[in-house]
Design a protein around this ligand. Structure first.
Ligand SMILES: *Cc1c(COP(=O)(O)O)cnc(C)c1O
Length: 469
């Protein structure tokens, strides 16, 4: 045990401590600077009276060096009920995409090299054909994410000119993506038309002038305008755009390559159908409903895609090889739509039936009861999951959850205990993230595909109600 500081229990000198064999071994392993920083902090704790002997000092240094070197990223169990959760990394990748990343990660590849001619190639070539095949677009290009796609399209097609947008579509997506701000950064002038709830054909037609570069429609992906509303369909907008010989660009947000209703899910705009309405360029995310890596896909008319690709911003916003490798693998899985619900994890999780999720809940119940102890009520209940990332904000998917409830009589004590449990679940080796609602802590099991690993943690750790908050 550590002794308290006494006048004759002075800490060792830095140089002396650094020369100890144990300290030298740490330096050989992890480098001098890290060990020195940890040692200085530990010596301060000696002076504060928290450490009193050399062995403890060495152990403290080792622990803090290891803590600094622990990976910053941790896998977690997403039991929030939000499947495509932006803060938890959105779509899980299929094994084919992970293998493709691994294959190009460690060495040279034909990223921008044409193996037939031996000449410089184009990195888009790895995905363009497949995007066109799956969407009916004439051409396509990809950038870092959909926000970048919108920025690039606006900058390439509408620099110093006007872009007409309905007031009902001036969206803000989480993480400070606001359409009016992006528009300003892209160097375009926003021309708002209509009102929040209603925008008509004549609003657009009246606004078009020689200054107009394009019409923009943004999918209202994280909210819905309901009641006395009116907006134009893609086909109606396309007719106006064509009449005035200006392009129509649609930011789809999630954008799906297949009809989600085939998987029993709420309808989402299908990229192919949107383009077939006469839309000139669409943008959508790679890691939302597509179920791939973070990317922004731009697809549409060949002449416009050529202009977009030539923009200097394209070079700044381009994808890296890992993303392109993963995306090209995921797109190829779409060749067979019948197997998608199995092979694309995001679609597999989204289309899971409640009865199946209920079985997972039942299987996990005993382990969670063990973790929670006798003073906590644990049972299963029906809940609703959501797709997440702004897809279909109002639709919910029938799901099942583990429910933890506190038995305290005071509401305050109950809610403190729920927060304590939520925190201790987050502190497990593989953190478990749930949600607090209706006076309970809910663990939606839709995204649990391997209950054993989750159960094991609950059997080897225990909730400690006495642990300070
Ligand atoms: C999600 C979304 C974006 C941003 O896409 P990221 O891939 O997150 O950059 C832009 N527009 C709409 C409509 C969206 O739903």
């Amino acid at each position: 045990m550590t002794e308290r500081r006494t006048p004759d229990n002075r800490p060792p000198a830095v140089d002396k401590a650094l020369a100890w064999p144990g300290m030298q071994a740490l330096i050989d392993c992890h480098g001098r600077s890290l060990v020195l920083d940890a040692l200085r902090a530990a010596l301060q704790r000696w002076r504060d009276g928290d450490i009193g002997d050399e062995q403890t000092l060495l152990a403290e240094v080792q622990v803090s060096v290891e803590r600094l070197l622990a990976p910053a990223f941790k896998p977690v169990f997403n039991l929030t009920g939000t499947v495509i959760h932006t803060n938890l990394g959105r779509a899980p990748l299929p094994p084919e995409a992970i293998a493709a990343i691994a294959a190009v990660a460690s060495g040279a590849s034909n990223l921008e090299y044409d193996l037939d001619s031996g000449q410089r190639g184009d990195r888009d070539a790895h995905v363009e054909d497949w995007i066109c095949r799956l969407t009916g677009a004439e051409a396509a290009t990809v950038v870092n994410n959909n926000a970048a796609a919108v920025l690039l399209v606006l900058n390439a097609l509408a620099l110093r000119r006007e872009v007409i947008v309905s007031r009902g579509e001036l969206i803000e997506i989480g993480g400070s993506f606001r359409l009016p701000d992006i528009m300003a950064r892209a160097g375009c002038k926003l021309h708002e038309v209509g009102s929040t709830n209603r925008t008509h054909a004549h609003d657009y037609a009246d606004a078009i002038s020689t200054r107009t570069a394009l019409l923009l429609k943004a999918h209202t992906s994280n909210y819905a305008v309901q009641g006395f509303t009116s907006s134009l369909s893609e086909a109606e907008l396309a007719a106006i755009a064509q009449q005035h010989a200006i392009p129509l660009v649609v930011d789809l947000g999630s954008g799906s390559l297949i009809d989600m209703q085939r998987l029993g899910l709420p309808a989402e705009p299908v990229v192919r159908e949107v383009l077939a309405q006469g839309v000139d360029v669409v943008t959508f995310s790679g890691d939302k409903l597509l179920g791939g890596p973070q990317a922004g896909i731009i697809a549409g008319r060949a002449d416009l895609i050529t202009r977009i690709r030539k923009s200097p911003l394209k070079r700044a916003l381009r994808c890296d090889k890992l993303t392109l490798a993963a995306l090209s693998a995921v797109l190829r899985l779409y060749a067979n739509p019948d197997t998608l619900a199995q092979r694309i994890p995001a679609l597999r999780l989204l289309s899971r039936a409640r009865t199946d999720i209920q079985q997972t809940v039942t299987a996990l119940l005993p382990a969670l009861k063990t973790w929670a102890g006798n003073d906590i009520q644990v049972d299963g209940c029906e809940v609703l999951s959501q797709i997440g990332s702004g897809s279909q904000p109002l639709d919910r998917l029938p799901s099942a959850a583990l429910r933890l409830r506190s038995e305290h009589t005071s509401k305050r004590a109950r809610s403190r205990q729920l927060r304590d449990m939520a925190r201790q679940l987050r502190q497990l080796p593989v953190p478990v993230i749930g949600r607090i609602a209706d006076d309970s802590l809910l663990l939606d099991c839709r995204c649990v595909e391997e209950p054993q690993t989750l159960a094991k943690q609950w059997l080897t750790h225990r909730f400690d109600p006495a642990l300070p908050t």
